[in-house]
Design a protein around this ligand. Structure first.
Ligand code: M6R
Length: 604
């Protein structure tokens, strides 16, 4: 949460910072601010609201800066207002911070900082402490200050008497940095750097980064200079733009066929799943006797689909845990457990902590991640990257379906290795996976029909989504999508459970979205739909085309192109994503930045 940027170089500093903040805004959009240095003076511009509001505030100002730092905030400590916005300036120190300083109250008391503070934030306390310790040596001051901090932090700091120099250090909260022909820059994620370069390095924890216009120096806390370990992002330089779409969410939904193609193409050799390029050994899949998937939100929903597949195809014990609950639930984990962590950002703190916990307990961890070199990727034994490209909309879409496509590969691999599938069965499963981009395209081509369906639920205050088995798993995700971008209260229920309570809430004002894609469950699902229809609910039905004979004409129906039942998740997910998208955009909401949310959740 919170986006941070630092830049020193030959370009217009203010513009670089503001453009970067726009790209990072998905990490938090309660307020935005920049601090720019002109000779030995640092000017701060900040305000509650969006980066575009900040841009207006800075118009015509700060044109000759030599370096600067910036921040978009997702509020934790202190309300959303101008004072609590970053950067914070105390004496000679100006900083931006991402993370949480747990002991900020003790620090205020121990170092008598109260008089120096104007905001309610934990971050300003760090600025005050740095200023208290500062005697002209930035590195020593940073080390001394950090030694007093408890919590997570990515700090980017300017000292008023060090013109053109930016310092940074971190614990847990991420920072990536680079030196390129336009200068030196750092950011909380690489979306902000991609405009300039694909080469970047992750700033290691408890190191100090010093950035000047034409140099970067990385030292550990013992003063040893370290060579940055550069990585290359395979994201296209301009792939973080909207490409003419009104919202990133629509663009990212439309990108899914290509994203899946990219994700699976190099992992299929002679029609068989293959992870040798990633160094994932077969023993990882043969020596485990149970699987634990840990993830949050949409990534966890991908895990629930995987759970259904693993149970029905592999007949193995598999749990899916919310990462935030995992280590507090005394999970059964040992050396025979394969932990699969799933995360788009690779920075979700709950998932990161859960991975560390599982590995301490002896489990091997394979992670499915979108962002290269991210914290979870680095903490894992093995990584399979989803290759979805940058996902900017807060609502996750292409990350989810690419995560699913990796799960299909894993299931196929395990089925083959464990003797559940022979070669022909494995290849047939993989051939069906290879069809998904084409099948998804068919749904995307009919998106106008889904737009019409969206109108049927537009004015709903409450809504239910019902289905059984894999349909239920799909709808959990569809329901999350709808509620996060449209603010309609939506609940996904296993349709058989409805009669055990929730059916009491069904009225003619409660539309019901149903998914029917599994042949063996179809007749029961259709009966459950009739039950809610009899109680007045309008029905929006997503049904596999070949199952759609004799459907009640009163239902608003969308036919999903046929795949094997195990794969119907793919077209159904796209349809549900589009439903949520159109409801939100038709309501006039800022689809990409739903209220109260942030793309990357780096606080517990
Ligand atoms: O980056 P991660 O995949 O770890 O993020 C997990 C969740 O925070 C994320 O999926 C969230 O639920 C999305 N907003 C859903 O659209």
């Amino acid at each position: 949460m919170c986006g941070i940027i630092g830049y020193t170089g030959s370009e217009n500093v203010k513009e670089v910072l503001l453009d970067a903040l726009e790209l990072l805004e998905y990490r938090g959009y309660d307020s935005a601010g920049i601090a720019v240095m002109e000779e030995n003076e640092i000017q701060v511009y900040k305000r509650a609201g969006r980066v575009k509001d900040l841009r207006e505030k800075c118009a015509g100002k700060a044109e000759n800066s030599v370096c600067g730092i910036g921040h978009t905030r997702w509020a934790t400590h202190g309300g959303v207002n101008d004072t609590n916005a970053h950067p914070h300036q105390v004496g000679r120190v100006t900083l931006v911070h991402n993370g949480i300083i747990e002991n900020y109250r003790e620090l205020i008391a121990d170092y008598d900082l109260k008089e120096k503070l104007q905001s309610e934030t934990d971050s300003e306390v760090v600025a005050a402490l740095l200023d208290r310790f500062y005697e002209g040596n930035p590195e020593e001051t940073i080390k001394k200050t950090v030694s007093k901090l408890k919590g997570t932090f990515a700090l980017v700091i300017m000292f008023a008497d060090h013109a053109g120099v930016i310092y940074s250090t971190r614990n847990v909260s991420p920072i990536v940095a680079t030196l390129c022909k336009e200068g030196a820059m750092l950011a909380s994620d690489l979306t902000a750097l991609c405009r300039f370069t694909n080469n970047y390095f992750v700033v290691p924890e408890y190191h100090i980064l010093e950035m000047k216009e034409d140099s970067i120096k990385l030292t550990d806390f013992d003063g040893n200079e370290k060579e940055p370990e550069y990585l290359t992002a395979d994201w296209e330089l301009n792939s973080a733009g909207k490409n003419g779409y009104p919202f990133y969410m629509e663009k990212e939904i439309m990108e899914q066929p290509d994203a899946i193609e990219r994700t699976i193409a190099n992992r299929i050799v002679s029609g068989m799943p293959d992870f040798t390029a990633e160094g994932v050994p077969d023993s990882l899949f043969t020596e485990c006797d149970r699987i634990n998937i840990i993830a949050c939100g949409t990534a966890m929903h991908a895990g629930l689909v995987a759970q259904a597949l693993v149970k029905s195809i592999l007949h193995m014990h598999i749990d899916v845990d919310m990462a935030s609950e995992f280590m507090y639930s005394d999970p059964v984990i040992d050396e025979k457990t394969l932990v699969i962590a799933v995360s788009q950002s690779g920075e979700t703190i709950d998932t990161l902590e859960a991975v560390k916990y599982a590995r301490r307990r002896g489990a091997k961890c394979l992670s499915i991640i979108n962002v290269k070199g991210s914290s979870i990727a680095r903490e894992s034994d093995y990584v399979l990257y989803t290759n979805a490209g940058p996902e900017i909309a807060v609502a996750s879409t292409k990350a989810y379906t690419t995560q699913l496509s990796i799960f299909y590969l894993i299931v196929a691999k395990m089925a083959q290795l464990r003797g559940v599938y022979d070669t022909e069965q494995t290849q047939s499963f993989i051939r069906e996976l290879q069809r998904t981009p084409e099948v998804m395209k068919k749904v995307l081509e009919k998106r106008r029909d889904i737009h019409v369906l969206a109108n049927k639920v537009l004015s709903a205050k409450d809504l239910f989504m019902i289905g059984r088995g894999l349909d239920h798993s799909i709808l959990l995700e569809g329901s999350l999508k709808l509620k996060e971008v449209s603010y309609i209260h939506s609940e996904a229920y296993a349709s058989g459970e409805l009669k055990h309570g929730p059916i009491a809430l069904i009225t003619q004002d409660t539309p019901v979205v149903a998914s029917v894609t599994q042949e063996k469950l179809m007749s029961k699902e259709l009966s459950n739909i009739k039950e809610v229809r009899s109680r007045g609910a309008d029905i929006v039905l997503f049904i596999k085309e070949s199952l759609a004979e004799d459907i009640d004409s009163q239902y608003q129906t969308f036919l999903l192109p046929d795949m094997r039942d195990e794969f119907m998740v793919m077209p159904a997910s796209v349809a549900l994503q589009l439903l949520a998208y159109y409801v939100s955009s038709d309501k006039g909401f800022d689809v990409d930045k739903p209220r109260n949310l942030a793309k990357v959740v780096t606080v517990e």
